[in-house]
Design a protein around this ligand. Structure first.
Ligand code: MG
Length: 129
C-alpha cells in the first residue's frame, strides 16, 4: 500500500504543477469538491454499490490530499502534521487500545466523549473563552 500511496502523491504533485485546471484550484474550490464527493460516497453506501463506493472514496482521498498539498504550498501546515495530529487524537481518545485494556462499547463511547470535552475545555481556555 505504501507504493500505491507514494504513486498517488506523485501524480497529485504532477497534476498540481502541470494541469492548467488543477493548478488554478484553491483550498476553497477543493473543499466544495470534497463535500460533493462525500455526498456521492454516502449515496454509494446507501445503495450498497461497493464499486461506486470504492470510486467515491478515491475521489474523497484525492480532494483531501489536494487540500493538504495546497495548504502545504501556502505554508499553512504540512501533510505530515495532519497525519501526526490524527494519530495523536486517536491515541488520546482511545487510550485503552495502547494500554492493552479491554473496554465495553459503552466505556469506549464514554471515554471518547470525556476526552473530547476536556479537549474543548482546554481549547476554550487557549482562546480566552
Ligand atoms: Mg465522485
Amino acid at each position: 500500500m505504501k507504493k500505491e500511496f507514494e504513486e498517488l502523491v506523485e501524480i497529485l504533485h504532477i497534476c498540481r504543477s502541470n494541469c492548467p485546471w488543477t493548478s488554478r484550484q484553491t483550498i476553497e474550490s477543493y473543499a466544495k469538491e470534497a463535500f460533493s464527493e462525500a455526498e456521492e460516497m454516502v449515496k454509494a453506501v446507501e445503495k450498497k454499490d461497493h464499486e461506486n463506493l470504492k470510486e467515491e472514496l478515491g475521489d474523497m482521498l484525492w480532494d483531501t490530499l489536494m487540500i493538504a498539498h495546497i495548504a502545504e504550498q501556502q505554508g499553512l501546515f504540512t501533510a505530515k502534521e495532519i497525519m501526526q495530529s490524527i494519530v495523536e487524537k486517536i491515541k488520546r481518545r482511545k487510550p485503552y487500545l495502547f494500554e492493552g485494556r479491554k473496554v465495553t462499547i459503552e466505556e469506549a463511547g464514554r471515554i471518547w466523549e470525556e476526552v473530547k470535552a476536556k479537549e474543548k475545555l482546554s481549547a476554550g481556555k487557549r482562546n480566552g473563552c
